[in-house]
Design a protein around this ligand. Structure first.
Ligand SMILES: [Fe+2]
Ligand SMILES: [Fe+2]
Length: 267
């Protein structure tokens, strides 16, 4: 079974900046490569309706490919992010609806997830991170994502939800997916507080702990726009973001960048 993996497509931004239809390029790649499954680990675009619409388009154009999704922080930018979350559940391949069995052995379990500051600097506390401002930059989620609970409680909600599913499928070959980062190992520390402060918003070690506890075979995430594919703690880890044009791309051609970035694994 061929599984294609990509995250952080940021369709709106990348389409506007490149003036190229990103979705056509994705469709062309899917057409030519025909994976069985395509896992998109968050940040499709900004706003739930647009993200849902793009996911539906992609699934309808490729009915033979199972498209699996978890939401990113940008997908829930909305007046009420709980409502945004519900809107995104309308996509059948959204893992928030429950685990998806690929065959008798393999199951995909995931959620968008959130962050609880476990990757932040020790010099700051939860109050600083809740405000999310360092110098004159405020973390955009503080402005555009509107949840009824604080970041730490929201993260706990996702952890509890996923743990139930992981318990249910214990012993199976599990592919775990979140948008956010599960291990501090994948968070870049630059020794510059104007960067390191915002590592608090990259993810939570609780997701990594779950992955270890339930012996997941593979872990797919996104959110940090740095690509990783390595074995860590005995888990095959894949973070495969497209990221922002042009500074996070290797090629100036959107077609080349997208087509060379999408990763395929075989199970
Ligand atoms: Fe992103
Ligand atoms: Fe993100």
């Amino acid at each position: 079974m061929k599984i294609a993996i990509l995250s952080d497509i940021h369709e709106g931004l990348n389409r506007k900046k490149t003036r190229i239809d990103i979705m056509t390029l994705l469709n062309n790649w899917l057409d030519a490569n025909q994976p069985d499954v395509f896992i998109i680990s968050g940040d499709m675009t900004a706003g739930p309706e647009k993200s849902l619409n793009l996911l539906n388009q992609l699934q309808n154009s490729n009915p033979q490919i199972k498209i699996i999704f978890v939401h990113g922080n940008h997908d829930v930018y909305y007046g009420d992010s709980t409502q945004a979350y519900e809107i995104l559940l309308k996509f059948p391949g959204n893992l928030g609806n429950g685990p998806i069995k690929l065959d008798d052995n393999w199951v995909v379990i995931g959620e968008g997830g959130w962050y609880d500051y476990t990757f932040g600097m020790k010099d700051y506390n939860a109050e600083h991170y809740a405000l999310g401002t360092f110098g004159n930059f405020t973390w955009p989620d503080k402005t555009y994502a509107n949840w009824p609970m604080d970041d730490q409680n929201l993260t706990d909600y996702y952890v509890e939800k996923m743990e139930k599913w992981l318990q249910e499928y214990e012993g199976k070959n599990i592919i775990m997916v979140t948008h956010v980062v599960p291990f501090s190992h994948f968070v870049q520390r630059k020794g510059d507080p104007s960067w390191d402060f915002f590592n608090a918003m990259m993810g939570s070690s609780q997701f990594g702990e779950l992955a270890k506890k339930y012996n997941v075979k593979k872990y797919i995430f996104g959110h940090i726009h740095t690509r990783y594919h390595e074995l860590y703690e005995g888990i095959e880890i894949i973070c495969n973001p497209l990221g922002y044009y042009p500074h996070e791309w290797n090629h100036s051609s959107p077609e080349k960048e997208i087509h060379s970035t999408i990763k395929v694994i075989v199970i």
